[in-house]
Design a protein around this ligand. Sequence first.
Ligand code: SF4
Length: 327
Amino acid sequence: MEAWQKALLAWYREQARTLPWRGEKDPYRVLVAEVLLQQTRVEQAMPYYRRFLERFPTLAALRAASLEEVLKVWQGAGYYRRAVNLHRLAQGVEALPRSYAELLKLPGLGPYTAAAVASMAFGERVAAVDGNIRRVLSRLFALEDPAPKALQDLAQRLLPQGEDPGVWNQALMDLGAMVCLPKAPRCAACPLRAFCQGQEEPERYPKPRRRAVREEALAALVLLGRKGVHLERLSGRFQGLYGVPLFPLEELPERAQAFGVAPRPAGKVRHALTHRRLEVQVYLAPWDGEGEDPWGKPLPKLMEKVLRQAQALLAHEGVVPFPHAKP
Ligand code: SF4
């Protein structure tokens, strides 16, 4: 093992973050943690991790649950496609496969998650390269724009012999999360400063990967029926969740006509998705249907905002539109 590898592991033994999934060898639990962490910061993910495993402690428990139940427990964690994929995965396998190659075939598992589960739960010698590790390795070897495949190969070559690969992957991750920060890395406190080729100008490495953010103008139509709001099952990224009709703003006249309503504006909400910034104009209309209490359904964050906006306006006018309004 090289000196820098020893230095990193010694640092990790002393400084590793205390996380509920640390040292976990149950592949299902590792998987849940890694899936949650794909789009969520560690501090935010922890309560969801506990809540999810309390309700679905095993793959079999997840398999037996309905998608709606799973989404309800996931509610608030966002990026619901992850929960849909976890549920789908549980339907398809009796137990999680024990190798990286087999894990990679499961729905929703990319190279990083498959490598994290294989290395941490099964001790397979496979490097897991997430954003933190990409940053640390790019700086350590002064790589401005490493191609994903080249970086994966490099990380694989760097796995030290005779060391638990799960521990090694987590040591690099922790260094990226605690010391080699994206902005203002703490080089003075870094165990790798004597070996790092990028520390003169660390923020030069790696070049940020920018993707254009699209602005979209949408309308949300809140139809007030006799018992509550008209809800639809959503598709696409919100598959399995519920919400009011949501469509491009310019389609409002035809949508209103289809429902036979004359909507009035009820304010705007803004919502940011990974590569889209949404500006949603909320419209309200009395509607000749039943409707239902929306707060009993799994709703994406965007729909919570829309319904709160509608509720705020109606409350101001002295109307209580939905029977059990969520605080
Ligand atoms: S010395 Fe600085 S740039 Fe290099 S790995 Fe450590 S924190 Fe990152």
